[in-house]
Ligand binder design. Structure first.
Ligand code: UGA
Length: 430
């Protein structure tokens, strides 16, 4: 099949490479000339394990190309995926300006019976508006569909190759069939539903996962007051198959480009329809305030942050990505600096993209060498579970008493950290 994917972020590039690996001819399109120039040379403009190898392979096979030209990309394409960003607007609801711009730009090149698929996370009601914008510019017959994406950054290639399900939201059998055939090599269950349900399913999945994380964080907070250990609770209740023991490690709250945004969007949508006291408002509120709350709590334990030297380990929003969107470090570091601490930030990949206002701060330094970040620090704050951090032997960084080790993801062996001489602080552990 001839396919075009518009938008060369995580979702766009990974989907393009995977569809190409199934023998389709895929053109990736973006208006960002710098990005396309890099991709043409086989350079992925962000860090995603396994993606460069797949990209180079598919480019060499001739199945995968990149362009900035709408005409080149759209005129022969049977299926066009829109995978552009949908940032939050000031009201909290999704800003669809990039989706509209794409619809307007592709319209005049559409071939007859083309399918325009929205992969970006968008609210129900988006497709009729998109169709209207396209129809205003072409007489050609086309259909639209919603195929939301469920991949996770850091494991995007594996998630796309082995999805739990494919959700196809369409209105007619021909569109369903063509999209089902395109996804058939993934050998995943295909859920055929309306576009509105597909779009709502995407929001519901992310909001549920964010709620689950917030829930276990609340339980962790209660554990700290009564001597229970949240990790033992996860194990104890996880045997209940209705609950499961996966995907709810407690920590400093959820971040990244999706959960915070999607929860805020659903919360804003609920408010807009008059549901002011909705659960999602509360989830968002709890997550937003989690980091300042924990840092205030630790202030008392470490005897005040003022003049403390703190190694902040892990700057990206999670391991195996250099994405810093809504990363905990972006709240933790300014808060610590504000409280008078000195920060030494470490990350294996994200150091070059630490925002300028933090790079320039006189009390903060950044390194991609863990040993450098640990020199003479009073507090080690293990923020993100990069394997480089969780497998490190921290015994050599011990130099004074007391010295604190904050395990913000409960990833370390508490007794070992204590045996090395640190005062251990976990999440929800006695
Ligand atoms: C998330 C979803 O998991 C994907 O299914 C979805 O496709 C994607 O958003 C999206 O909408 O595009 P992602 O943001 O890449 O994927 O990352 P996750 O691994 O899900 O983590 C999100 C946040 O939750 C991170 O800050 C992570 O540290 C936190 N988290 C995750 C926890 O605090 N506890 C957990 O148990 C799991």
């Amino acid at each position: 099949m001839k396919i075009c994917i518009i938008g060369t972020g995580f979702v766009g590039v990974v989907s393009a490479a995977v569809f190409a690996s199934f023998g389709n001819h895929v053109i990736g399109l973006d208006v960002d000339e710098t990005k396309i120039a890099k991709l043409k040379k086989g350079v992925v403009p962000f860090y995603e394990p396994g993606l460069t190898e797949l990209l180079l392979e598919e480019q060499a096979s001739g199945n995968l190309e990149f362009t900035t030209s709408y005409e080149t990309a759209i005129k022969d394409s049977e299926v066009i995926f829109i995978a552009v960003g949908t940032p939050s607007s000031p009201t909290g609801q999704a800003d669809l300006k990039f989706v509209w711009a794409v619809g307007e730009s592709l319209a005049s090149y559409l071939q007859k019976d083309a399918i325009v698929v929205v992969k970006s996370t968008v609210p129900p009601g988006t497709l009729p508006k998109l169709e209207e914008k396209i129809r205003a510019r072409t007489k050609v017959k086309f259909t639209t569909a919603a195929v939301p994406e469920f991949l996770k950054e850091g494991t995007a290639v594996q998630d796309t190759l082995h999805p739990d399900r494919i959700v196809i939201g369409a209105r007619d059998e021909k569109t369903f069939e063509k999209l089902a055939a395109l996804h058939a090599p993934l050998k995943a269950p295909i859920v055929k539903i309306s576009p509105e349900s597909a779009q709502m399913a995407k929001y519901a999945a992310n909001a549920y996962l964010a709620t689950r994380i917030t829930f276990i964080n609340q339980i962790a907070d209660l554990c700290e007051k009564n001597g229970a250990d949240v990790q033992e609770i996860v194990e104890a209740i996880g045997y209940d198959r209705r609950i499961g023991n996966h995907y709810w490690y407690p920590g400093f709250g959820y971040g990244g480009s999706c959960f915070p945004k999607d929860v805020r969007e659903l919360a804003a949508y609920s408010r807009a329809i008059g549901e002011d006291s909705n659960l999602l408002n509360k989830i968002n509120d709890l997550n937003e305030h989690r980091i300042p709350k924990l840092l205030d709590q630790y202030d008392k334990i470490v005897g005040g942050w003022k003049r403390k030297k703190v190694a902040v380990l892990g700057l990206s929003f999670k391991p195996n990505t250099d994405d810093m969107r809504e990363a905990p470090s972006l709240k933790v570091i300014p808060d610590l600096l504000e409280k008078g601490a000195t920060v030494k930030g470490f990350d294996p990949k994200a150091v070059p993209i630490v925002p300028f206002f933090l790079q320039e701060h006189k009390n903060a330094t950044y390194t991609d060498k863990l040993v450098e970040a640990l020199e003479n620090v009073d507090v080690i704050l293990a923020l993100i579970e990069w394997p480089e951090i969780t497998t490190y032997d921290f015994s050599g960084a011990r130099h004074k008493q007391p010295q604190w080790f904050i395990d913000s993801r409960n990833q370390f062996n508490k007794s070992q950290i204590q045996n090395w001489g640190y005062t251990y602080i976990g999440i929800g552990r006695p």
